[in-house]
Design a protein around this ligand. Structure first.
Ligand code: TYD
Length: 207
């Protein structure tokens, strides 16, 4: 339904809500693209809500801390991502879409399919659970990067890769993102400069 909507609305983004998600492995530059896209929509006078998952709420905060202080069990981690997302959908995403805003997210349930998928859960089952409560996005931009480039970018940014960011895990996550075949998915080559990546995205959206 929203897939159909997006085709109708792409030329006139100011007329209605739009739900845009950025996905990709660590180091692909999602947060930069989220900011650039938000600025482009704001320049057109749109109300834009920018957010990320895990959120800064209580569940998201616990998840972020666990990456450094000791990883939770796979089940506990999955449950927390779902609790965090439920709250995100109810308190921020759905209300913003209902009033016609553009919502731009840095990660959504496709990341759960990828990152919790590699901890042993079936990505299709994760998707089924999420789509019971989480609205379908209009567009998902998957930023694609060669594994070596991703690792070197993470290294430059963080100094030291943490447990979430190991090569093998990133490869498997990449494979899950690569397997998505939905009409709302757009793959973007993230080897280019941030400005070039943004230009491609803006073109898709006719901004
Ligand atoms: P990330 O966007 O990389 O946060 P930061 O800006 O702090 O680097 O997200 C943190 C990690 O959370 C990332 O490695 C992916 C992971 N993650 C999951 O494992 N499952 C999920 O559902 C989400 C949304 C993220």
């Amino acid at each position: 339904m929203r897939g159909l909507q997006v085709r109708v609305l792409l030329g006139v983004p100011h007329l209605s809500s739009m739900f845009i998600v950025f996905e990709g492995i660590d180091g692909t530059g999602k947060s930069t693209q989220v900011k650039l896209l938000a600025e482009a929509f704001r320049a057109k006078g749109k109300e834009v809500i920018v957010s990320k998952e895990p959120t800064d709420g209580p569940h998201g905060t616990r998840l972020r801390k666990s990456a450094e202080t000791g990883r939770l069990s796979a089940q506990e981690e999955l449950d927390l991502f779902h609790l965090d997302r439920r709250e995100h959908v109810e308190t921020l995403i759905n209300p913003a879409l209902a009033r016609g805003a553009v919502v731009i997210l840095d990660r959504y349930y496709f990341s759960t399919m990828a990152y919790q998928g590699i901890r042993g859960f079936d990505p299709r089952e994760i998707r089924r659970i999420n789509e019971k409560f989480a609205p379908l996005p209009d567009l998902v931009f998957i930023l694609e990067l060669n594994l070596d480039s991703a690792l070197s970018r993470i290294g430059v940014r963080d100094g030291q890769a943490n447990e979430f960011e190991q090569r093998d895990a990133l490869q498997k996550c990449h494979d899950v993102f690569a397997s998505l075949e939905d009409k709302f998915v757009r793959r973007i080559d993230a080897e280019q400069s941030p400005a070039e990546v943004h230009e491609k995205i803006a073109q898709y959206l006719d901004l």
